[in-house]
Design a binder for this molecule. Structure first.
Ligand code: HEC
Length: 711
C-alpha cells in the first residue's frame, strides 16, 4: 500500500518533473524510484511495488498481493494499454514504484508512464547504432531495467550503462562497459545489488570472451570485472578473475577459442544474496559452439554453462558449479537463478534453483555451491543423469557428434530458455515454460572462424549426411511440445503441466492468492491455479507475450502489467519450422478488476505481391541460401519466413532497390544497415536469387498467412 506521505511526494515529483524543475526538489519528500537497501529488504512482505527485475533479490517473481484471486479473476480486464509501435520481440519485465511504471523496448527505448492512466511521462531513446542489430542473435531486445535512488538504469545493445533521472528521463551518467574489439552486445537486464550495477553481455554465438562487471550506481564508476574464460595471451587481465585463472586455463585444450574468445557470456540472469554478499553469474554457451573446434574435445572449458559465485564487494571468486562440462550443443546456463529456503532431508537449506537449456532442474546450496539434486524436466539424451556424489553429468557418448548427423535432446532452443521462471513460497513450487525439443547436430569439417559472424562450427552437410539430416530433422520436429510446468524442487518432479500449442510461452508471475500469470502462444494472457494448473482466466491479446509480467498496488487497486510483443529467439525457432503467427504490433497491457479498455481490431493481412520470375542458376540459389543463413537470417527469419520484414513479400520497387538497400544502406534509418563490409555485389545477387526462388516456392501457399512482418 502507498502511504499518504509517499503519495504526496509522488504527486510533487510528477508535477515538478513535468514542469522541468526536476528531481532535487521532489526528493525532499520521496522522489520517484527512491529505492535503497532498506526499501529492497522490505519487499519480502510488501507487494505494493515491483522494484527489481525478479521483484526481490530472491528473484522469485512472487508477489504477496492477493486482491485478484480465483473468485474474481474472471472480472480482470484491460485498464489501459500503450502501442509500442514495434514488431520486434518485447522481452522486458517492467518495473513499478511510487505511481510510475517504467518499461524498456527494443533498441533500449525507455518509457515512464503514469501508472493510473497510461500517460507517457517521458521517453528516452539512447539512439543505439542500428548495425548493433547484427550482433544480437535474436533481435535487438531488452529484457529489463533497474532503479536505484531516483535513477532508472538501462544497459544498451552497444554496451552503454546509462543512469536516467527517474523524474525527467535525462541521463545523469553514462559509461561504456566493453571495447568494440569483439561482437559484444547487451540484451540482459542490468541489476542493482545494494548500490552496485551488475551486468554481463551477449555474443557467444558469434565469438566473444564473456565477462561480468560492477559499476557504482551513483557515479557509474567501475568497481570490478570478472572474466569468464581465460585470456588467450596467458597474461593476467588485472581484474578480479586473475586469481582463479590459472585453474580455469587448465580446463581448456587447443582450439579456436583463442580466436573467438571462448564465450561463456552472461547474457541473462545474474542473482544476489544480500546477506552472503554473493553475486551469482549464470554463464552461456561456448564460442565456437562445437567442443572439437573450440578446444580439441579436451577439458571442461570453465566457466562455460556454469553458475559462478563472486563476492559482491570485490568480484573475487568464491565457488562455481558447471552444469555442462565440454559444452557442445549451445546449452546456456543463463536462465533464471532463483533463491529460496527449502526443507531438504529435514534440514532447511539456502538454495539456488535453475532450469537451464540442458533439460535438467538443478538445486544447489547457494552458500557453498554444493550440488544437492537435479532431474530431467523434459526428454534429454545428451546425459543419462547427474552423478549425485560429484554433481557431474553422465554424458552420453553418442551425443558427442562428429561429422555424421546426430539427434540430440533438447535442441539449442532449450528445455527452458530465458523466459523468466518463478517460485511461490506458499506452494513450494517453481513455475516455468518448458519445451520438449531436439536438434540434429554435426560438425562442419571445413569450418573456419569468421570474426563478427555467426560461428557455430556446425553444418557442412553434403550427400548421404544431408539426406540423414533431413530424415532426423523430421523426427526432431515431430517431438516439439510446450507446457507451463509447475515443478517441485524438493521432490524433483512435476506437480502439474499444462500443454500449450508451441514454443515461446512467456515468463511467469505468482501472487499471494495462488495465481500464476503467463502469456501463451495461444496469443493470450492467462491466469492458472498455482496448486492445480486449472485455467482460471484467459484473454486474447493479439500477440504472444513472451516477457515477464508484474503486479503492483496503486490507490488500493491491484494491477497486473505485461508486454505483449511476440518475437526474439522463440519466434526464430518457430519460423525455422515454417510457422509465423500473424500478430498485432507490440503493446504494454495493464489489467485490473473491472478494466474495460478494448484493443482495436487487428489489421487485415496484406496480400503478398506476385514475385518476379526465377532467373538465377541452381548453384547461385544454393550459394545465396548459405549466405542468407550466415548474414540475414537472424533478422529475416530462417528460410526467409517472417522476421522483421518478410523478404518473400518484397514489392517490384523493393526488388529494384535491392542492391542499394543491402550494399548502400539506403534503409539504414529503418534498422537495415549496409552489408558492404561483408558482401560483394555477386554475393548480393546470389542472395537476391535465393529470395526470389523462395518467394516463388511459397507464393500464395505459405502456412498461417505469408508472414506477418510490419506492413
Ligand atoms: C540486424 C537485423 C538485420 C539483418 C541482419 C538484415 N536485415 Fe534486412 N532489414 C532489417 C530491418 C530492420 C529492415 C526494415 C524493416 C522495416 O521496413 O520496417 C530490413 C529491410 C530489408 C529490406 C527491405 C525489404 C522491404 O520489403 O522493404 C531488404 C531487401 C533487406 N532488408 C535485405 C536484407 C539482406 C539481403 C540481408 C542479409 C545480407 C539483411 N537484410 C540482413 C534488418 C536486418
Amino acid at each position: 500500500m502507498i502511504s499518504m506521505k509517499n503519495r504526496v511526494a509522488l504527486v510533487a515529483a510528477l508535477v515538478l518533473g513535468l514542469a522541468g524543475i526536476g528531481y532535487a526538489v521532489a526528493q525532499e519528500g520521496r522522489g520517484p524510484a527512491a529505492v535503497d537497501s532498506a526499501r529492497m529488504a522490505a519487499q519480502a512482505s510488501d507487494g505494493s511495488d515491483w522494484l527489481h527485475d525478479g521483484r526481490t533479490y530472491s528473484a522469485q517473481r512472487y508477489s504477496p498481493l492477493d486482491q485478484i484471486d480465483a473468485g474474481n479473476v474472471s472480472r480482470l480486464g484491460i485498464a489501459w494499454y500503450d502501442e509500442l509501435e514495434t514488431y520486434r520481440g518485447v522481452e522486458a519485465t517492467p518495473l513499478y514504484a511510487d505511481g510510475v511504471l517504467y518499461n524498456i523496448l527494443p533498441w533500449n527505448v525507455t518509457i515512464a508512464y503514469d501508472a493510473r492512466t497510461g500517460k507517457r511521462l517521458w521517453t528516452y531513446d539512447p539512439k543505439v547504432p542500428r548495425e548493433y542489430g547484427r550482433y544480437a542473435c535474436c533481435e535487438p531486445v531488452a529484457r529489463g531495467l533497474a532503479m536505484w535512488k531516483g535513477k532508472i538504469i538501462i544497459a544498451t545493445l552497444d554496451g552503454r550503462l546509462i543512469a536516467l533521472d527517474a523524474a525527467t528521463g535525462k541521463p545523469v551518467w553514462t559509461t561504456q562497459t566493453f571495447e568494440h574489439d569483439m561482437p559484444y552486445s547487451i540484451t540482459g537486464a542490468p541489476r542493482v545489488f545494494d548500490g552496485k550495477v551488475v551486468v554481463g553481455q551477449s555474443g557467444g554465438d558469434l565469438g566473444v570472451r564473456g565477462f561480468v562487471g560492477a559499476w557504482d550506481a551513483e557515479t557509474g564508476k567501475k568497481l570490478w570485472k570478472f572474466f569468464l574464460t581465460p585470456n588467450p595471451t596467458g597474461q593476467p587481465d588485472g581484474e578480479a578473475s586473475d586469481s582463479i585463472m590459472p585453474m580455469v586455463r587448465k580446463t581448456w585444450g587447443d582450439g579456436m577459442w583463442t580466436e573467438l574468445g571462448g564465450g561463456a557470456n552472461a547474457w541473462d540472469s545474474i542473482a544476489y544474496d544480500p546477506k552472503l554478499k554473493m553475486v551469482y553469474i549464470g554463464t552461456g554457451n561456448g564460442s565456437p559452439l562445437s567442443w572439437e573446434h573450440r578446444s580439441g574435445s579436451k577439458g571442461d572449458n570453465l566457466f562455460i554453462c556454469s553458475i559462478v559465485a563472486v563476492n559482491s564487494e570485490t568480484g573475487n571468486y568464491i565457488w562455481h558449479y558447471q552444469m555442462v562440462p565440454g559444452e557442445d550443443w549451445d546449452y546456456t546456463c543463463t536462465s533464471s537463478i532463483v533463491s529460496a529456503d527449502l526443507k531438504i532431508g529435514g534440514k532447511t537449506r539456502q538454495v539456488l534453483m535453475q532450469a537451464p537449456k540442458d533439460g535438467f532442474f538443478y538445486v544447489l546450496d547457494r552458500k557453498t555451491g554444493q550440488f544437492l539434486s537435479a532431474e530431467k524436466i523434459a526428454p534429454v539424451n545428451w546425459a543419462t543423469g547427474i552423478d549425485p556424489k560429484t554433481g557431474r553429468p553422465q554424458v552420453n557418448p553418442a551425443a558427442r557428434y562428429g561429422t555424421e548427423p546426430v539427434l540430440v535432446m533438447p535442441g539449442p532452443g532449450g528445455a527452458h530458455n530465458w523466459f523468466p521462471m518463478g517460485y511461490s513460497p506458499r506452494t513450494g513450487l517453481a513455475y516455468l515454460p518448458t519445451y520438449e525439443s531436439a536438434m540434429v547436430y554435426a560438425r562442419d569439417p571445413n569450418f573456419k572462424p569468421k570474426p563478427f559472424r555467426s560461428n557455430s562450427g556446425w553444418g557442412g552437410y553434403t550427400g548421404e549426411a544431408l539426406k540423414k539430416r533431413i530424415e532426423l530433422m523430421k523426427q526432431a520436429t515431430a517431438m516439439d511440445r510446450a507446457y507451463l510446468t509447475a515443478w517441485d524442487p524438493v521432490k524433483q518432479k512435476a506437480a502439474w503441466k499444462v500443454p500449450l500449442p508451441r514454443h515461446g510461452n512467456g515468463g511467469v508471475m505468482i501472487t499471494g492468492s495462488d495465481l500464476v500469470f503467463e502469456g501463451t502462444t495461444r496469443q493470450t494472457f492467462a491466469a492458472f491455479d498455482a496448486r492445480t494448473g486449472k485455467l482460471l482466466w484467459e484473454m486474447p491479446v493479439q500477440s504472444a507475450p513472451v516477457s515477464g509480467p508484474i503486479t503492483y498496488m496503486l490507490d488500493g487497486v491491484q494491477y497486473v502489467a505485461v508486454n505483449a510483443g511476440w518475437g526474439g529467439g522463440a519466434a526464430q525457432v518457430e519460423r525455422g519450422a515454417g510457422i509465423e503467427m500473424p500478430r498485432a504490433s507490440a503493446r504494454l497491457l495493464v489489467f485490473k478488476l473491472g478494466g474495460t479498455a478494448q484493443l482495436p481490431p487487428m489489421k487485415a493481412e496484406e496480400k503478398a505481391p506476385e514475385p518476379p520470375p526465377v532467373t538465377a542458376s541452381e548453384a547461385q540459389i544454393a550459394r545465396g541460401a548459405t549466405l542468407f543463413a550466415e548474414t540475414c537470417q537472424v533478422c529475416h527469419g530462417q528460410q526467409a519466413i517472417g522476421g522483421v520484414k518478410d523478404l518473400r513479400r518484397m514489392t517490384r520497387e523493393t526488388h529494384a532497390l535491392f542492391n542499394d538497400i543491402v550494399l548502400k544502406g539506403i534503409y539504414a534509418d529503418k534498422g537495415m544497415a549496409s552489408f558492404a563490409d561483408l558482401l560483394e555485389p555477386e554475393d548480393v545477387e546470389a542472395i537476391h536469387g535465393y529470395l526470389i526462388a523462395r518467394a516463388n516456392e511459397d507464393w500464395g501457399q505459405s502456412r498461417e498467412g505469408a508472414g506477418a512482418g510490419p506492413h
